[in-house]
Design a binder for this molecule. Structure first.
Ligand SMILES: C[S@@+](CC[C@H](N)C(=O)[O-])C[C@H]1O[C@@H](n2cnc3c(N)ncnc32)[C@H](O)[C@@H]1O
Length: 286
């Protein structure tokens, strides 16, 4: 049997493509790195040298490819998800962070850098893996950051990813926070659940493996939780503070109306890196 990296990668890409995996070649490369414990550059060098892999690595790799072909998310197989400069721990029970949320974090960071605060105070509502809070705390070491997550299944990931960066993690309902937190935040960011009840996501990885509680925003339009989060954000912020919330592309107008109705000013939309309208921000009036 040919146990070379090139041959294994070719066979895996073919298997994954046949199973409908959206990025078969990239997934095959990541799983090869994981099975061999090699960095991507080491893997490419070994591939150039025609290195044959040991049986144990081949067996592990083929097992991972079979599971990925069953559409188990890549991040559940490796236990890791890349987010901005971080590698986060993820697994069943927690929402896998997405690239568009990296842009939402950037909107918050740009606001804080213009505000030139010595110790900015930030809260991430509906934290999941803690991606937003951990990114804020790691990129702004002087900031005080809170992460709020309700799910019993997700909270261990929130803690694991956030606590090393000094984030204070609250295991509670983000729509009903204690009054002592209110009024002092410079920035509130949220990527809440926002999918309407009938709009089941097409990707198998999402509808079978992301927790329902992370996806569906309740109410006919999926915006019941986002509405409650918007009201909570207004209470948390200091006058002039910024709220940024992620939403679906089709919810841009509803999100802007929601922020205006709640009392935010300077409401504006933000696009992700593929120019889709995926977030809306507003300032608490001075
Ligand atoms: C779309 S996921 C986002 C997770 C993370 N912020 C991210 O961007 O990757 C939404 C998260 O909100 C949590 N959640 C849902 N309702 C909540 C509530 N009322 N209070 C706090 N967290 C909630 C879910 O458990 C899930 O982790």
């Amino acid at each position: 049997m040919d146990r070379s990296i090139a041959a294994l990668r070719r066979a895996a890409s073919t298997t994954l493509a046949a199973a409908g995996v959206p990025s078969p070649a990239a997934d095959a490369r990541i799983l090869l790195c994981f099975a061999t414990r090699m960095e991507p550059s080491e893997l490419e060098l070994a591939a150039l040298h025609g290195t044959q892999l040991p049986d144990a690595d081949v067996e592990l790799f083929e097992q991972l490819v079979r599971r990925r072909a069953e559409r188990i998310p890549l991040q559940h197989l490796t236990g890791r998800a890349a987010f901005r400069y971080l590698e986060l721990a993820v697994g069943p029970g927690v929402f896998i962070p997405r690239p568009e949320t990296e842009t939402v974090v950037q909107v918050g960071l740009d606001f804080l850098s213009q505000a030139e605060l010595s110790t900015p105070r930030c809260t991430d509502l509906c934290s999941g893996s803690g991606a937003i809070a951990a990114a804020l705390a790691s990129e702004l070491p002087a900031a005080q950051v809170w992460a709020v997550e309700l799910s019993d299944a997700a909270i261990s990931y929130t803690r694991q990813n956030c606590e090393p960066h000094g984030v204070q993690v609250l295991h509670t309902d983000a729509t009903q926070l204690p009054a002592e937190l209110e009024g002092g935040m410079d920035l509130v960011i949220s990527n809440p659940p926002y999918i309407p009840p009938g709009a089941v996501p097409r990707e198998v990885e999402v509808h079978l493996h992301d927790p329902q509680m992370a996806l569906y925003g309740l109410g006919e339009d999926g915006l019941q939780i986002p509405r409650a989060i918007t009201a909570q954000a207004l209470r948390l912020l200091r006058p002039g503070g910024l709220f940024v919330m992620e939403h679906a592309e089709v919810q841009q107008r509803s999100a802007a109306e929601m922020l205006l109705q709640a009392g935010f000013t300077a409401v504006r939309g933000h696009e992700d890196l593929t120019q889709r309208a995926r977030a809306t921000s507003g300032r608490k009036p001075e």
